[in-house]
Design a binder for this molecule. Structure first.
Ligand SMILES: [Zn+2]
Length: 309
């Protein structure tokens, strides 16, 4: 059966699948990145994993994969196929697309940024299915974004479009890893809410999910922490929707798992802030942590469609 390899590389783990032409997952696997052994070891793990997936296809699906899609964190130059920078993996200028193509016997390979690749899947086959213009914003350790236009993701001139997490929403606010202060991700990421709630509750082990539970039980301190994050998030999102005018705004990541505890006040806070802008549908992501892998599969199939078109 015709299929492609889809690989999503995270900080500590990799998710992979063999994906059929209709998007069916024919085989799924997970493996550690081995990042404790250094940047080169991670690259070797990826190449070995892909080679094993190719062998699996050959053995169980009657033929090897025809293409591969690879989603990686950090800064990605998709055009040139280079993983430019990834702090958590220790990468600088790794020519991943070429390395992977070589290892897989010369099949076409697409390299994508993890969040934009996940956004591609959410937009085409997940929560944004059918939306011509969408914005995908996962609230995790940090906050990133994927700008969806007619079924593809706008990467920008330098591969950095969509980084809404570094829009300053509270000038002079908390220090951000990017070097500025008051960036959205220092206030409204799952990590930011975890930090704020650990401090406010006096429990150093408390996290964002605990904060959401405390909000649900009406704890006033939790409500304050939560509303601060929601307000910051709404400020950032209104900036984005003023620029992009999306039809659908897809919110994912760990914080979105709070469901209506997040979405009800968030919709209200966004609505409060818009004046002339049209309100988008604000919906939870649908694909969870498989979005990156599914998106990598779409990138790979797109290569084959382009070739035959
Ligand atoms: Zn920043």
């Amino acid at each position: 059966m015709r299929h492609v390899i889809a690989l999503d590389v995270g900080g500590t783990g990799m998710k992979a699948a063999l994906v059929g032409a209709d998007g069916t997952l024919l085989h799924e696997a997970r493996r550690a990145t081995g990042r404790d052994r250094g940047a080169d070891a991670v690259v070797a793990s990826i190449l070995d994993f892909a080679a094993d997936l190719r062998a699996h296809g050959q053995a169980h699906l009657g033929r090897p994969a025809e293409a591969a899609g690879l989603a990686v964190p950090g800064i990605v130059d998709a055009e040139r196929g280079i993983a430019v920078y990834a702090a958590n993996l220790g990468w600088r200028d790794v020519p991943l697309r070429g390395l992977l193509a070589e290892r897989l016997g010369g099949v076409p390979v697409a390299l994508g940024h993890d969040v934009r690749t996940g956004g591609l899947a959410e937009g085409r086959i997940g929560a944004g299915r059918g939306a011509d213009r969408f914005l995908f914003v996962p609230l995790g350790t940090g906050i990133a974004g994927a700008i969806g236009i007619d079924g593809t993701i706008e990467a920008g001139a330098h591969g950095c479009a969509g980084e809404i997490g570094h829009v300053v929403v509270r000038p002079g606010g908390p220090e951000c890893g990017c070097g500025r202060r008051g960036c959205l991700e220092t206030l409204a990421s799952a990590s930011a809410v975890t930090r704020a709630w650990a401090a406010a509750s006096g429990d150093p082990g408390a996290d964002a999910a605990d904060c959401a539970k405390a909000v649900e039980s009406g704890d006033p301190a939790a409500l304050r922490v939560w509303q601060d994050a929601v307000d910051a998030l709404a400020d950032g999102l209104v900036t984005a929707l003023t620029l992009l005018d999306p039809r659908t705004l897809i919110i994912g990541g760990g914080l979105a798992e709070a469901g209506e505890t997040l979405f009800t006040p968030l919709r209200a806070a966004v609505e409060e802030r818009v004046t002339f802008q049209q309100l988008p549908d604000i919906v939870p992501a649908a694909l969870g942590d498989t979005a990156g892998c599914l998106g990598a599969g779409l990138l790979a199939w797109d290569l084959l469609t382009e070739v035959t078109a």
